[in-house]
Design a protein around this ligand. Structure first.
Ligand code: ADP
Ligand code: MG
Length: 337
C-alpha cells in the first residue's frame, strides 16, 4: 500500500499504533497540538515539532528568507499557544544545500528570532541536503500542572469560539500564486503578510488556561473545518457552525468580490491562519466576554458542539453542502487547492 492511499493522518495513525502507550509522566502523547510531560508537581513541559520542506511549504525564490524564518518559528509557537502554555526554548535543525548563500541563513535567523519574541534558541542540528532546504523546529513550553488545553476536552452544548482570522492566509497565498488579482495594494500587503507572518495567539491561550474558561483548543493550521474536525474526533462529538458568524476581514471580502469568489471557501478550508478554536461551557460565556473586553481581544462565537460525528455548517439556518472537511493533507491534496 502506498502512503498516498492512506494520507497523512492515516499514516500518523499507523505510526501511533506502534508508538507504545503513553505512560506517566507523559500525560499527552501523539494526537494533540503538542505532547505534555509532567516535570514536577507544579509544571508540565509542552513540546511540539514541525517541519518545512522546500517545494512543499515554500519556494525558495518566492519567499523572503526573513519571512520563512519568522513563519517556521511562529507555526511551532502556535501549537504551544493552542495548549495554553508559554514557550520556553526552541531547537532548530537544517538540511542545507552547500551552494546556498550564508546571507540567506542570516536573514532567516533574523525572522526566526523575531517570531520568538525572546524565546532562546537552545540547540538543533545542521546537515547537508542535496535535494533542497529542510527546516525542522521544536519548541518546548511550560504550563501549570493539569491545566493544558486539549483537543479531547470538548463537551456537547459548549459553544465554539474563534480568535484570530481565518481564510486570510489562503487568500494571501492565492495572490502570491497569481490565482487571484487585486488592484488594491494595501489589501494585497495585508493578506500576503497574514500568509507569511502569522501571529500565534499566545496571549489568548494563556488567558483561557489561567481563567479556566476553556479546557479545549486547537490552532488552525490545516483549515477551520479540518481542525475543528480534530476536536470533534478526539472529543467524540459533532459540531454545528453558523457560517455568517465566522468573522471575515475586509481585505478578504474585497478580494473575493473582485475575483468572483466565495470568501467562505478560504475561511472554511484555507490553512495556515494559526488562529485558535476553543470551546466554552454556556455558563462561562459571560465571564469570557468580560475578559475579552478587559484584555482588548476579539473572539467570535461561531457554533456549538453537539452529539454525533459530523460538522454541519448552517447558512441562514439551512445546512449547506461542504463536501467533507477539505483541509490540507500532505499526501492527498494539492497544497494549493
Ligand atoms: P499540528 O498540525 O498541530 O502540528 P499534526 O496534524 O501535524 O499536528 O499532527 C497530529 C499529531 O500527530 C501530533 O500530535 C503530532 O505530534 C503527531 N505526529 C505527526 N507525525 C508524527 C510522526 N512521524 N511520529 C509521531 N507522531 C507524529
Ligand atoms: Mg496544531
Amino acid at each position: 500500500m502506498k502512503i498516498k492511499e492512506i494520507g497523512e493522518f492515516g499514516l500518523i495513525e499507523r505510526i501511533h499504533a506502534k508508538a507504545g502507550r503513553s505512560t506517566y509522566p507523559v500525560v499527552i502523547g501523539i494526537g494533540d497540538d503538542a505532547s505534555v510531560l509532567d516535570v514536577g508537581p507544579r509544571h508540565q513541559a509542552v513540546t511540539t515539532t514541525d517541519m518545512l520542506v522546500e517545494g512543499v511549504h515554500f519556494l525558495r525564490e518566492a519567499i523572503d528568507p526573513r519571512d520563512l524564518g519568522y513563519k517556521s518559528h511562529a507555526v511551532n509557537i502556535s501549537d504551544i499557544a493552542a495548549m495554553g502554555a508559554a514557550p520556553a526554548q526552541s531547537f532548530l535543525s537544517f538540511g542545507l544545500p552547500g551552494e546556498m548563500e550564508v546571507e540567506v541563513i542570516d536573514a532567516f535567523m533574523e525572522g526566526f528570532m523575531e517570531a520568538g519574541k525572546g524565546v532562546p534558541l537552545s540547540g538543533g542540528d545542521t546537515v547537508s541536503s542535496p535535494q533542497g532546504w529542510l527546516i525542522s523546529v521544536t519548541v518546548i513550553g511550560i504550563a501549570p500542572a493539569g491545566r493544558v488545553l486539549r483537543r479531547d476536552a470538548a463537551f456537547p452544548g459548549e459553544s465554539i469560539w474563534l480568535c484570530g482570522p481565518v481564510g486570510d492566509s489562503a487568500a494571501g497565498l492565492s495572490l502570491l500564486l497569481g490565482r487571484t488579482k487585486t488592484s488594491n495594494d494595501r489589501n494585497r500587503d495585508f493578506l500576503v503578510k497574514r500568509h507569511n507572518r502569522p501571529e500565534p495567539q499566545l496571549r489568548v491561550g494563556r488567558i483561557l488556561l489561567e481563567s479556566g474558561i476553556s479546557k479545549c483548543a486547537i490552532d488552525v493550521s490545516d483549515g477551520l473545518l479540518q481542525d475543528l474536525g480534530h476536536i470533534c474526533e478526539r472529543s467524540g462529538l459533532g459540531a454545528e457552525l453558523e457560517l455568517d458568524s465566522i468573522p471575515l476581514s475586509a481585505p478578504i471580502r474585497e478580494l473575493a468580490e473582485e475575483n468572483g469568489k466565495d470568501p467562505f471557501v478560504w475561511a472554511l478550508r484555507g490553512g495556515e491562519d494559526y488562529s485558535l478554536i476553543f470551546t466554552v461551557e454556556p455558563d462561562q460565556e459571560e465571564k469570557l466576554k468580560k475578559i475579552l473586553e478587559k484584555e482588548n481581544l476579539e473572539a467570535a462565537c461561531i457554533g456549538k458542539m453537539i452529539p454525533g460525528k459530523e460538522i454541519t455548517v448552517l447558512r441562514d439556518g439551512v445546512p449547506m453542502e461542504t463536501g467533507g472537511d477539505g483541509g490540507f493533507d500532505h499526501f492527498r491534496k494539492d497544497p494549493d487547492s
